[in-house]
Write a protein that binds this ligand. Structure first.
Ligand SMILES: NC(=O)c1ccc[n+]([C@@H]2O[C@H](COP(=O)([O-])OP(=O)(O)OC[C@H]3O[C@@H](n4cnc5c(N)ncnc54)[C@H](OP(=O)(O)O)[C@@H]3O)[C@@H](O)[C@H]2O)c1
Length: 281
């Protein structure tokens, strides 16, 4: 008897925002490995072009099944600013031009600002919120229109440990990542009738461009590791499995869920409010 292809994404097309680096790029590689065609997008065109080459190199090295016997392109890049309506609409149109449809949206575009909250300006707060939350909404709406027509689709938002526990001096980021949970549940409820499933992934601490300075070889990083049962940071590639799963037939009845991938950090039951940098002056 043939095995059920639980994780097969052949024939599926994905857009990964923020897909030119870090977690987004690792997810793009994972989706390609499992048969999807993928468009990666971010603001920096040069970075996007480099990422496309890197994803192709990795896919070829991994001998991804559908690549050898398929002359069609399976990865492409697009300039995309998720804070700009026109840019989002143009990017979605480019996905359709290139690949003919859109089945999977991964909202991985993100920015971070660590700052004592007394010094955080409303403009800075809004910029972070606009990128993570309004940006994810813009992309979900534009992609959702196509998914509704197809009566099938899957949206994956990037949440965070700060969606669950307090992390110090990143108030805008934490507010945004809490809102991502609400957005995910709202879309899961509202759009299931259109055949669209919406879920999120909450990665633990993965050194990438967004946080490397904050956690690599710093006191904060050391404390995080002390509260991570697995005793190490994660790797971006370790988040890809969660995205492959959520996008795949294996997750066909999974909707409105947040999949935490954190080496056990949340299980240890602590935020970082007890850390030395958070103690009263
Ligand atoms: N790393 C972690 O520990 C961790 C933990 C939990 C959640 N996350 C979340 O995971 C997601 C990916 O982060 P990462 O760790 O992979 O960091 P990253 O490597 O810095 O990736 C973020 C990407 O977002 C893009 N971006 C930023 N603003 C954008 C905009 N307005 N429009 C389009 N793209 C934009 C950046 O590229 P350009 O500058 O070229 O636009 C960058 O490639 C984020 O949502 C982050 O909050 C990360």
């Amino acid at each position: 008897m043939a095995r059920t292809p639980w994780f097969d994404l052949s024939g599926k097309v994905a857009l990964v925002t923020g897909g030119a680096s870090g977690i987004g790029m690792a997810i793009a590689v994972g989706l390609v490995d499992h048969g999807a065609r993928v468009m990666v997008g971010s603001r920096n065109r040069e970075k996007v072009e480099q990422a496309v080459k890197e994803i192709q190199r990795t896919a070829e090295a991994n001998d991804a099944d559908h690549i050898a016997d398929d002359a069609e392109p399976y990865v492409a890049g697009v300039s995309l600013d998720v804070t700009n309506n026109k840019s989002v609409e143009k990017a979605i149109a480019e996905v359709v031009d290139e690949f003919g449809r859109l089945d999977i949206l991964v909202n991985s575009a993100g920015v971070m600002l660590r700052k004592p909250t007394f010094e955080l300006t409303p403009e800075q707060f809004n910029e972070i919120y606009n990128t993570h939350v309004t940006g994810s909404l813009r992309c979900a709406q534009a992609a959702g229109v196509l998914m509704r027509e197809q009566h099938s689709g899957c949206i994956i938002n990037l949440a965070s440990i700060s969606s669950f526990v307090d992390l110090v001096e990143v108030a805008a980021y934490a507010a945004a990542k809490n809102a991502i949970m609400g957005l995910t549940r709202s879309l899961a409820n509202e759009w299931a009738k259109y055949g669209i499933r919406t879920n999120s992934i909450a990665p633990g601490f993965i050194p990438t461009d967004i946080n490397r300075k904050m956690i690599e070889n710093t006191d904060r990083g050391r404390r995080i590791l002390e509260h991570t049962p697995m005793g190490r940071f994660g790797e971006a590639s370790e988040i890809a499995g969660a995205a492959i799963y959520l996008a795949s037939p294996a997750a066909g009845f999974v909707n409105g869920h947040c999949l935490v991938v954190d080496g056990g950090y949340l299980a240890s039951g602590i935020g970082d409010s007890f850390a030395p940098w958070a103690t009263p002056e």
